[in-house]
Design a protein around this ligand. Structure first.
Ligand code: ADP
Ligand code: MG
Length: 614
């Protein structure tokens, strides 16, 4: 049989790629506007005729292209924005695939005119269905102007598939607005069939919102702002009473990229719970800034979906931020438009050292005495550790051998905790007390901090267990009397599946018989006694989490274990225990939220307190 596989000609390959990138005129508008933003334009004009079916033109005053680059830009996978795979994880531009221009050129008649900063002449290239018709030096302003005519002229099926002009115009306006909302330092204008539909001078976010959505938004916006070590959120939400019956004014931007996420939308709606009439949707526009290494934008060709590596933390932060803003807006009625910050470009901020939490805590460096206290608190909390340390001298050599291993892994933990401690909290230890057996209350520099004791303990244990599982460092205490547990077949196979992970938490067990196991030891920090119910509780919790959340096995296991063994609300705590907890909490990599995404602490600002009185 002869060889039959052939490479597709470029024009066809481009047309196929175009099917992904160019769905309708609005996709062209979005791609070309984003190119102009990437080219550092400060002014971008968009001209539409016949809903983009006869003309889409984008004119920018950005850096432009040299003659060679202009020609190159039309090739598929030609981009100036990334050079290697790692760049995908530190993107600072909207584009990176190098597909847009090639795709658009494959399905339209396109004219590209561009002049680079130092070029004397502009280059004008005409291309039809990927075929270059002409290329010549011309006069022209600095920047780039791209005219896309007769979109889908060579794919009649696609062209016929386009919706009415009003529907296509609506899509165009939506995409235009998103790019404009994300880039307040650029002025934009949109002309549709010779009418200037939107004219947006550069300015602050609140002004841009008002320019786009109308003057009535002035009174309806509530500022939203939160900084955590993990991410930052800035933006506005609409007051509940201004919620609309129709959707469409909900915006998430992640590192300045518009995204859709039902999951995060749910977080916002959750914060509004009880405040909105049935079937109405609040306005929101939230900019999330996160280290690009925690997200993957390379999921969908049109790039409105992204993946977070820790989606639930993001969920929790959004929910509590919105909640907090809603709570505050009664006290802070309207935004002062004159002091409104113009949020810096998202990606710039990533990696900057000081977050709010860090600022709050940086004043509280530990003294040497307090440093040594930490060890003391650990001892109070961790019985096994206490025993192994305090009685060390009395032990036989054999026993010493054993406890040395315990000690060294304990030290590793200490060391790790101290290293990961980005914001050494040293609070005024004597000023700690418990409120209604639920909250730990303590004084901090900026005011008064309330810590949810259960959430805090769950967070501490969660991080510890996860670390134990990952590094197989969980310590065990031997059971006095081994206990046997009979499991149903599906639980038994579940346990077998996770045998390694369960053991690395500190459980010691063996299989005996068909569906039975014998437990010989449990993790050290679990109060010993009823090994059987601890183990069964863990499996139960694991299954419950599994049915409700899709999280990786190890995380689920650590969460289940943390949930089961954390102290609960209603439990009285001693001062040392509270201090210990505070210290451990702020040594966590994410002290803000419990594993389920709820806020752990809240700081009541002294200014707020003052405001109650005058
Ligand atoms: P991408 O944006 O993914 O890099 P595109 O096909 O959209 O791919 O653009 C290809 C290249 O053409 C870009 O990387 C950029 O170098 C150049 N380019 C496109 N549009 C412009 C513009 N308006 N101004 C300057 N350069 C541009
Ligand atoms: Mg692009």
């Amino acid at each position: 049989m002869p060889d039959i596989i052939r490479l597709l000609p470029d024009a066809i390959a481009n047309q196929i790629a175009a099917g992904e990138v160019v769905q309708r005129p609005a996709s062209v508008v979005k791609e070309l506007m984003e190119n102009a933003v990437d080219a550092k334009a400060t002014d971008i004009k968009v001209i539409i005729k016949d809903a983009g079916k006869s003309l889409i033109q984008i004119i920018d005053n950005g850096i432009g292209m040299t003659e060679t680059d202009a020609r190159m830009s039309l090739e598929r996978h030609a981009t100036s924005k990334i050079t290697k795979a790692e760049d995908l994880f530190s993107l600072k531009t909207m584009g990176f695939r190098g597909e847009a221009l090639a795709s658009i050129a494959a399905v339209s008649q396109m004219e590209l005119r561009t002049k680079s900063v130092d070029g004397e002449l502009a280059t004008t290239i005409c291309v039809e269905g990927s075929e270059i018709k002409s290329q010549e030096p011309t006069t022209g302003e600095q920047g780039t102007s791209i005219s896309v005519k007769n979109l889908f002229y060579n794919i009649p099926a696609r062209r016929n598939f386009l919706k009415s002009n009003s529907v296509e115009n609506k899509h165009i306006i939506d995409d235009f607005q998103r790019v404009a909302l994300a880039n307040r330092d650029i002025s934009f204008s949109l002309f549709i069939d010779n009418n200037e539909v939107l004219s947006l001078p550069d300015g602050k976010l609140s002004q841009r919102i008002v320019n786009i959505f109308g003057k009535q938004y002035r009174e309806q916006l509530v500022a939203c702002k939160e900084e955590t070590p993990h991410l930052q959120i800035e933006g506005y939400i609409g007051k509940p009473e201004s919620a609309k019956k129709s959707r469409g004014e909900q915006f998430f931007f992640v590192n300045n990229r518009f995204i859709r996420s039902n999951y995060l939308n749910h977080a916002v709606l959750g914060a509004f719970e009880g405040l909105l009439p049935e079937g109405s949707y609040p306005f929101y526009i939230l900019f999330i800034t996160i280290d690009p290494k925690h997200i993957d934008v390379n999921v969908h060709p049109t790039k409105t979906e992204i993946k977070f590596d820790d989606e639930r933390t993001v969920y929790g932060i959004i929910k509590s931020t919105v909640k907090q803003s809603l709570g505050l807006h009664n006290v802070v009625p309207s935004i002062d438009f004159s002091v409104d910050v113009n949020f810096k470009s998202a990606t710039e901020k990533v990696g900057q050292a000081t977050t709010k939490a860090e600022r709050d805590y940086s004043q509280f460096k530990r003294t040497p005495l307090e440093d040594s206290n930490i060890k003391h608190w650990e001892n109070i909390y961790d019985d096994a550790l206490t025993a192994s340390k305090l009685n060390y001298e009395d032990l036989s050599d054999e026993e010493k051998g054993e406890s040395i291993t315990i000690e060294s892994s304990a030290n590793q933990m200490e060391l790790k905790d101290l290293q990961s401690n980005q914001e050494p909290v040293s609070l005024e230890k004597s000023n700690v007390f418990q409120l209604h057996n639920k909250y730990i209350v303590t004084q901090v520099k900026s005011g008064m901090m309330f810590i949810n004791q259960q959430g805090a303990h769950e967070r501490i244990l969660f991080e510890k267990y996860l670390d134990n599982i990952q590094h197989q460092t969980g310590m065990s205490q031997q059971s006095l009397f081994p206990q046997s547990v009979t499991l149903n077949p599906s639980d038994f196979s579940l346990v077998m599946e996770m045998e390694q992970e369960i053991k690395s938490l500190g459980f010691v067990f063996e299989v005996f018989g068909k569906n039975d196991i014998v437990i010989n030891g449990i993790p050290t920090d679990v109060i010993s006694g009823d090994e059987k119910s601890i183990f069964e509780g863990l499996i139960e919790q694991f299954k419950q989490n599994k049915s409700e959340l899709s999280i990786p096995l190890r995380e689920n296991l650590a969460r289940s274990m943390a949930k089961r063994s954390a102290i609960k609300q209603g439990q009285t705590l001693k001062a040392e225990e509270m201090n210990f907890m505070i210290d451990k909490l702020f040594a966590c990599s994410n002290p803000n939220y419990d594993p389920g995404g709820n806020s752990i602490f809240y700081i009541l600002d002294t200014n707020r307190i003052d405001s109650f009185f005058n």
